[in-house]
Design a binder for this molecule. Structure first.
Ligand code: SAM
Length: 250
């Protein structure tokens, strides 16, 4: 998969060299290219922002450098499987970023990300982009960040780990939170009995039983209980009645 990121802070994307995403780049699974928006500003100060028409606080990113940068990204294609990228613009006013959206984006051969700063990007840049490629504004959540870079790091990690060969054991992707609707069950490892400053904390006995059916049933029960306690909005209405109320949930 090819990924282009346009930002005024290329160094912010340095973590994409680390861990599984960094390995995926070295393995040739991800081709990540980071572009400095200021390289497309042609005044002496390489400026990319100006005050908003209509007044108000803050600055707005000017359209010229953005159009030039996005045209540069498009012109650097096509890739083997795509003529243009799907442009993702992080923004608090976008569609929510979910595991389902991560899966849809993971099926794209080429993604580009436009990292806004200040009060955002001049609206005409969206028109310019939409005439050239699919554009989706995506929100990481209902809060405001200083810029799109942190959102891009989160999205690239969520999308990248879904690509074949990125996560060593593909089975570990299946039972995770937000796959199949429920949150994941609690997980434990050695020691089975942990002396924690005078308190003995033990692993639930069923996990040591070797009874795979009983373990699967316990895990399902825990997934439902945890989801009911923390994210009832994820449960189908039928699951929130009856036995659930009797479960002891943390
Ligand atoms: N004035 C904008 C508004 O109210 O919608 C917020 C601008 S914010 C300070 C600057 C940039 O941070 C945005 O252009 C976007 O790139 C990024 N950003 C902020 N919050 C975000 C969120 N929840 N999800 C994704 N990106 C976000």
């Amino acid at each position: 998969m090819r990924l282009d990121v346009v930002t005024i802070f290329p160094d912010y994307l340095a973590p994409l060299d680390l861990s599984l995403i960094g390995k995926a780049r070295r393995d040739g699974i991800l081709d990540v290219r980071v572009h400095d928006l200021r390289d497309f500003a042609h005044d002496r100060h390489r400026s990319v922002d100006d005050s908003p028409f209509g007044g108000g606080a803050g600055m707005v990113m000017t359209p010229g450098p953005w159009a030039a940068a996005l045209d540069h990204v498009v012109a650097s294609g096509p890739t083997e499987d795509a003529v243009v990228p799907h442009l993702v613009v992080p923004g608090p006013g976008g569609v929510p970023f979910t595991q389902a959206l991560a899966r849809r984006l993971a099926a794209e051969p080429w993604l580009a990300f436009a990292c806004g700063r200040y009060e955002g990007i001049d609206e005409r840049v969206y028109e310019h982009a939409q005439e050239r490629m699919p554009v989706t504004v995506v929100s990481l959540g209902d809060y405001v960040l200083n810029g799109g870079e942190v959102a891009v790091l989160a999205m690239v990690e969520a999308v990248g780990r879904l690509l074949p060969g990125v996560v060593g054991n593909a089975e570990s992707l299946v039972e995770e939170s937000h796959e199949g609707g429920l949150l994941e069950y609690p997980v434990y490892t050695r020691p089975a009995r942990w002396e924690d400053g005078g308190i003995l904390r033990e692993v639930p006995p069923v996990l040591l039983s070797g009874d795979h059916a009983a373990i699967a049933a316990w895990r399902h029960e825990q997934r439902v209980a945890r989801t009911a306690a923390r994210r009832p909005d994820l449960l189908p209405a039928s699951a929130t009645t009856g036995a659930l109320e009797d479960l002891d949930v943390r």
